[in-house]
Design a binder for this molecule. Structure first.
Ligand code: AMP
Length: 309
């Protein structure tokens, strides 16, 4: 099994209408890997500074199927830190600060035994780092990238180069607009397809997600959640559930194509469900208390809800 993710390990400070959590464990890679580990073993490639609190490492290791051989703790470096504040309706958020720290240094090294990875997820980090890491996985069956406003605004040329190399892109609706200048989500996604990928998944928070694929389209509502405490990591856990499912399915059936519209469409439902748990509490708290049985139970409930024939 060879799902791999590269992205950030973060120290987050989050403010929501329900409360706040300061200097807690976050990061795109962390959320993704924890979510994917409910489906399949997952390798991480990321760097943090030696200021990363020891309990954060314990939390990452709590997820037994995360392989941390590619996690570098660098002496004298500072861990990536991010602060965000949610608006009253919890759908919008403003970034309060981004301290790149270790992201400004050389990218983390890929352990030699990781190069056979087949399912590659490039979680949010600098697109140049995403591109560099992608080159390490010549046997990949699929590569999907995530991106966000900061990189669209500050590293567009590298991002455009990345888009020519990946099979799929996952991003928020407002980021799709920022990238393309198109406010209509479908039009924005089609524009992104012209930039290179085979499919684009546009996330719309509580309004679900849209997939525009070269072979068609699909749409899915979000799980109707009543308890939304902290949406941080919703996007990364969505991607983790999605990619974890894709990797699991394709390992069971060697003939399955992880880039096919049907498989990707099914995978979105898994992403939706894992994300719906993550938002029930701050940081990775809910994920550390989650079981695959709870995911499957909610998945079945959701499948009944969205069935239309
Ligand atoms: P999400 O809510 O899924 O968009 O992801 C939030 C997580 O992404 C937080 O835990 C942050 O530590 C991390 N994050 C925030 N900004 C960035 C960025 N520019 N690049 C990489 N990771 C980020």
């Amino acid at each position: 099994m060879s799902l791999i993710v590269t992205g950030t390990i973060g120290i987050d400070s989050v403010y929501t209408p329900h409360g706040q959590a300061e200097r807690v464990l976050g990061g795109s890679c962390t959320y993704f890997a924890a979510a994917a580990s409910f489906y399949t073993p997952v390798r991480i490639v990321a760097a943090a500074g030696d200021d990363l609190p020891a309990p954060f490492l314990e939390t990452i290791r709590h997820f037994k199927r995360i392989d941390t051989a590619g996690l570098e703790i660098r002496k004298g470096s500072k861990t990536f830190a991010w602060g965000g504040k949610y608006r009253d309706n919890m759908n919008g958020r403003d970034t309060l600060f981004t301290e790149l720290g270790v992201l400004l240094e050389t990218p983390p090294k890929v352990p030699a035994n990781y190069v056979d990875s087949k399912y590659v997820f490039l979680a949010n980090t600098h697109p140049a780092v995403q591109l560099g890491l992608l080159e390490n996985f010549p046997k990949r069956k699929i590569a999907i990238a995530d991106t966000m406003d900061l990189w669209i605004s500050t590293a567009r040329p590298e991002l455009e180069k990345l888009l020519r190399r990946v099979d799929g892109l996952v991003l928020n609706y407002d980021e799709a607009e920022l990238l393309t200048g198109k406010a209509n989500t479908v039009a924005a996604a089609r524009h992104i397809l012209e930039m290179g990928p085979t499919f684009v998944v546009v996330k719309k928070g509580e309004h679900g997600c849209l997939i525009v694929h070269r072979d068609g389209m699909g749409a899915l509502p979000a799980y109707p959640a009543e308890k939304v405490i902290d949406p941080t990591g919703a996007g990364d856990t969505f991607a983790g559930g999605m990619m974890g499912y894709l990797a699991q399915r394709c390992e069971q059936d060697a003939a399955a194509d992880p880039r096919s519209i049907d498989l990707v469409r099914y995978s979105l439902a898994h992403g939706t469900i894992v994300a719906s748990f993550n938002i029930e509490s701050f940081s990775l708290d809910r994920l550390t208390r989650l079981s695959r049985e709870q995911i499957d139970e909610r998945y079945n409930e959701f499948a009944r809800m969205v069935r239309v024939h």
